[in-house]
Design a protein around this ligand. Structure first.
Ligand SMILES: [Zn+2]
Ligand SMILES: [Zn+2]
Length: 423
């Protein structure tokens, strides 16, 4: 019997790890620069949390969740996104009593039963940022800047924000009515999904990718012209901060999130070389969500960014991470006494943070040297009968074959000038 990984999942092999290390390091540097602390909610939660927090009428809840009963008959769901679980964590652990804004981030897998396609996986890893308790547009700018910094520091070219305001419960209903009227006039033109959206989730009409629906979207009223005073001034301030800091952005009327608790800002970051469906990250404000999940009315804003997508676009843009450290020293040995010394020396070098490999088995020195060459080592430390007797080791530099005998108690000093372990 041969086992295979599940459709839509993938194995991350050593060759790809430099990307992961680089991105994770950048995430730690940037979140600490911005003052965001890491939180880790569990991978699964009560199903009801996601139904409520993500929204009953969303594709995620309707079609994409991994929901199962445990042996006590509780309905549990593998998290399909971070925000609901992070809010649950924030409320349950009294973090809502802290000085606001409370600024947190998470990294970890999320699970969605999606149709497998390039860069989309049923398990993927997400970098997620949330800021709770602040309604100032300056924090919208800050949260957006975290995403921006990450991509800019990774070297992405052609970065640009896509930006919209999705209004609020005060101004959105009137807009939705106008939108529905517009669509009713064109009902014969639109797709089946849009006919359904028209009743249940009208804002998502603007999201439709079906070609027939595009002219109807183009001629639809735009929400930014129907904002209330509060939403309009919030949006104007955010645009002003973006202008001030010279961050390129496009106001994209099609950028919407269909649920009532999403308010005001909605944004994505696009990078050169990927299309509309392939945004680097998506996020926005959700000033009604914390209350919906049982907290006091509290504004919130956040975004999620898939790491696999970042890597895909890095590869498309030819951005190469620095290689990870591999040991460039191997210890070869001949005879049992030499082998024991080699084991001891390996231990000492590793304690001194000098990366080193030990040769295994009891092969000839010649075959051990061949292996060292094959592995691309810089140095071989040779311990054989003579070295055991002298308490020395022969250090051979493979590039030019130069070798010297070094007392065993000087070996760490010999290498510590030459080799520094990565942190
Ligand atoms: Zn409003
Ligand atoms: Zn449609």
């Amino acid at each position: 019997m041969k086992f295979k990984s599940i459709t839509g999942t993938r194995d991350v092999l050593p060759e790809e790890q430099p990307y992961w290390r680089l991105i994770e390091n950048k995430i730690y540097q940037i979140t600490s620069l911005f003052g965001y602390q890491r939180v880790d909610p569990p991978i699964f939660e009560e199903t009801a949390l996601f139904v409520r927090g993500v929204g009953e009428t969303t594709d995620i809840v309707e079609k994409e969740m991994y929901t199962f009963k445990d042996k006590s008959d509780n309905s549990l769901t593998l998290r399909p996104e971070f925000t609901a679980g992070v809010i649950r964590l924030y409320l349950q652990n009294g973090m809502h009593m802290l000085t606001k804004p409370v600024k947190v981030f998470s990294i970890g897998p999320i699970f969605r039963y999606e149709r497998p396609q390039a860069g989309r996986f049923r398990q993927h890893t997400q970098f997620n940022v949330e800021a709770f308790g602040e309604k100032d547009a300056a924090i919208d700018f800050e949260v957006m800047s975290i995403a921006w910094h990450l991509y800019a520091e990774l070297g992405f070219k052609g970065l640009r924000f896509q930006l919209n305001s999705t209004g609020c419960p005060v101004c959105r209903p009137q807009y939705i009515e106008k939108l529905q009227n517009h669509y009713r006039k064109h009902i014969h033109l639109i797709c089946q999904d849009c006919k359904r959206r028209l009743q249940r989730n009208a804002l998502r009409l603007l999201d439709c990718k079906v070609p027939d629906c595009q002219p109807v979207i183009q001629s639809a009223p735009v929400i930014s012209e129907h904002l209330c005073q509060d939403c309009e001034s919030h949006f104007a301030k955010l645009c002003h901060y973006l202008d001030l800091m010279e961050r390129p952005y496009t106001i994209n009327h099609k950028l919407v999130r269909g649920l009532d608790y999403y308010t005001k800002t909605v944004f994505e970051v696009w990078a050169q070389g990927i299309g509309a469906q392939n945004a680097m990250c998506g996020g926005g404000r959700y000033d009604g969500l914390i209350e919906l999940l049982g907290g006091d009315p509290t504004p919130g804003i956040g975004f999620g960014s898939g790491i696999e997508r970042i890597i895909l676009v890095m590869k498309e843009q030819g951005l190469t991470p620095p290689p990870l450290e591999v040991p460039k020293i191997i210890i070869a040995h001949m005879g049992e006494a030499a082998k024991e010394m080699a084991i001891n020396l390996t231990h000492q070098l590793r304690n001194a943070r000098i990366p080193v490999q030990l040769s295994f088995g009891d092969r000839s020195l010649k075959s051990q040297l061949r292996e060292a060459n094959r592995l691309g080592m810089d140095h071989v430390i040779i311990i054989a009968e003579q070295e055991v007797a002298d308490q020395t080791a022969t250090i051979k530099r493979l590039s030019d074959g130069v070798q010297e005998a070094v007392p065993q108690n000087k070996i760490i000093a010999f290498f510590s000038d030459r080799v520094v372990a990565q942190s």
